[in-house]
Design a protein around this ligand. Structure first.
Ligand SMILES: Nc1ncnc2c1ncn2[C@@H]1O[C@H](COP(=O)(O)OP(=O)(O)OP(=O)(O)O)[C@@H](O)[C@H]1O
Length: 591
């Protein structure tokens, strides 16, 4: 893991071409009263390739963010400052800069502070100390097209033209999707995008918006599964001043924010039943009722919704209203999982290599044949997002100019296990480090290695699996290794494949669980702290995947102290999927 260490700070441009590059480089405003922290952030932001713009107080930040002043693309804002606090800054800036990404930091974050910051309009919330990795990902996400503010910060955000060709792929399936995208863009028909997590639903929504005649208006994204339940209603529909305790200001909801543009409701299947009614009314009547308002407010949006659950199944089981389903599902677009469009894998892989080699300052020519075979035969349960993460990790790991199978240890392991232990890998194993095995009764045992099964070799050939204890040639995959259990302090003893002893290990834990999940969800039960993850039940049979998955999620919750983004990244699933699973397991602390 990188740490916030000093590095190159971008200086002032002097030549014309430097000035042009300087103009294109996103500017990050750093607002922190602590000079040491400010310098550290300034250096780190410069090292990421952005232009840092440090200021020492909330007052200075508010002045600088006034319409027509300097260009700022995102803000890193400390919450606790003398004079104007971070929340004060948010309250003053948001009315004129509704789309500017403002990432908030605090040293004393509890869930109440996080909720307060989100209510005031923070884009992201981080608890100090923040790792450089976390910071870089947060900034990168905040600056994604369709998220960042327009350049001068005065007018509402303009959609940036985004050609459909940004949706990469060579398969017939993706070409069919592109055809639908082009047709959908020309009308205002409501669209429902369905597909597993990570297949590219949000990317498609952005492409439709960017090609529509609303491209000049805002694209506002709401992930219905990732917002704390008690905030969904006010976030979507807004509230009047005094509508409830703590509502000290009037708040414009996402429907109004998206006026003249597109509202993208991701994870629509997660919407509470009462809010389904409210959404239906909004769509039927073309107006919304902000919380505490006596007057309905007319809306002017194009609606795109998405789901990674089968919405029709939810209708069948009574969890989703059928009348709303028919309203949303006027123009369905189904995005198949990556394993069903294998022709896309290498196109995407090459694209991600190019992107990450530039970002990491490396030169990577491509993939060996063996690596290509590994990637194209793997079943990618986390879809394009997982492929993107695997390539990112491989580019970081690599110190040669071509990526080989050894640079994809998780994929190798998961592919091997999928071949050796059934037709699916354990959920989350591809992003979470080496797998965890246990013998019957939780006793240490060797991982079973069924004979006669094949695994990919370094040379790309398929070969019979070796006997337990025999290192696999080329792949350096440890076979028949002892089980790894979460013992003692609940830490698994991760064992990296040979040759990867230097590979990045899980980040050291921050001092306290703050900000991500309510405390109730963070506290492991006493009996869990010592429990190994068992693959077998008392009778010696393999335990159901669902139970093993639940154990792994609990382990991740402890390991990453409830930091949902980190957990989701490590488990290789989307945040909203993780929120849903946590909720299903009663671990989200809302009960
Ligand atoms: N066809 C594609 N071409 C290029 N990049 C893609 C493609 N499909 C997906 N991606 C990239 O993969 C990542 C995941 O895509 P996206 O967030 O759109 O998935 P999603 O289906 O909305 O996931 P979730 O259901 O978890 O929200 C993004 O970084 C996206 O840019």
């Amino acid at each position: 893991m990188q740490s916030l260490a000093a590095g190159r700070v971008s200086g002032r441009p002097s030549t014309a071409s430097e000035r042009r590059i300087h103009h294109m480089t996103p500017t990050i405003l750093i607002v922190d009263d602590d000079p040491a922290q400010r310098r550290l952030l300034e250096a780190t932001i410069g090292r990421f390739g952005y232009r840092p713009r440090p200021v020492g107080s909330g007052e200075e930040a508010v002045r600088l963010l006034m319409p027509g002043r300097e260009r700022v693309d995102a803000v890193l804002l400390d919450l606790t400052m003398p004079g104007l606090s971070g929340i004060d800054v948010l309250n003053q800036v948001r009315p004129t800069r509704p789309h500017l990404p403002i990432l908030v930091f605090t040293a004393h974050g509890g869930i109440d502070v996080a909720v307060q910051a989100m209510r005031a309009g923070a884009t992201d919330f981080m608890v100090k100390p923040v790792s450089a990795d976390r910071l870089q990902i947060a900034i990168r996400q905040a600056l994604r097209p369709g998220v960042a503010d327009d350049l001068d910060g005065v007018a509402p955000r303009r959609g940036r033209p985004m050609p459909v060709t940004d949706i990469l792929g060579d398969s017939r399936a993706i070409r069919a999707v592109l055809g639908l995208v082009a047709r959908a863009a020309n009308s205002t028909i409501p669209i429902l995008i369905e597909g597993e997590s990570g297949v590219g639903k949000e990317l498609i929504a952005r492409a439709i918006h960017a090609r529509s005649d609303r491209a000049h208006g805002p694209l506002v994204t709401v992930n219905c599964g990732a917002i704390p339940e008690n905030l969904v209603e006010t976030l979507l529909f807004g509230h009047e001043k005094g509508a409830f305790t703590g509502a000290s200001e009037r708040h414009i909801g996402k429907f109004q924010e998206a006026s003249g543009g597109t509202l993208f409701l991701d994870e629509i299947g997660e919407l509470r039943p009462d809010l389904q009614v409210k959404l239906l009314r909004a769509l039927q009547a073309g107006e919304i009722d902000p919380v505490g308002s006596k007057q309905p407010v007319p809306i002017d949006i194009r609606l795109i919704s998405a789901t990674n659950r089968n919405l029709w199944d939810l209708v069948q089981t009574g969890q989703f209203r059928d009348d709303l389903y028919y309203r949303l599902n006027v123009f369905p677009i189904y995005v198949p999982p990556l394993r069903d469009r294998r022709d896309d894998i290498l196109v995407l892989a090459r694209h991600f290599i190019q992107r990450f080699e530039a970002a990491e300052g490396k030169r990577i020519r491509g993939l060996t044949e063996a690596a290509e075979r590994l990637l194209t035969t793997y079943h990618w349960p986390g879809n394009v997002r997982q492929l993107e993460n695997a390539i990112f990790r491989a580019v970081v790991l690599s110190d040669v100019d071509i990526l080989d199978v050894e640079h994809f240890p998780q994929v190798q392991q998961a592919a091997y296990r999928a071949n050796g232990f059934g037709d699916t890998a354990l959920p989350g194993d591809y992003g979470a480090g080496p797998p965890v095995y246990a013998g019957p009764g939780g006793q240490p045992s060797l991982a079973p290695t069924p004979g006669g099964l094949a695994y990919p070799q370094a040379g790309g050939q398929m070969a019979p699996a070796p006997m337990p204890g025999t290192p696999m040639p080329g792949t350096q995959m440890p076979v028949g290794r002892p089980m790894l259990v979460a013992a003692g302090g609940g830490q698994p003893a991760p064992m990296m494949p040979q040759g990867f002893a230097q590979a990045p290990m899980p980040a050291p834990m921050p001092p306290a669980p703050q900000g991500s999940l309510p405390a109730a969800g963070l506290r492991p039960r006493d009996d869990e702290a010592e429990a190994p993850i068992r693959a077998f039940d008392e009778a010696g049979h393999i335990r159901p995947l669902e139970e093993i998955e639940a154990d792994i999620i609990r382990m991740a919750l402890r390991q990453y102290r409830g930091r949902v983004s980190e957990m989701a990244r490590r488990l290789g699933i989307g945040r909203s999927t993780l929120y849903r699973k946590l909720r299903d397991l009663g671990l989200d602390g809302t009960d």
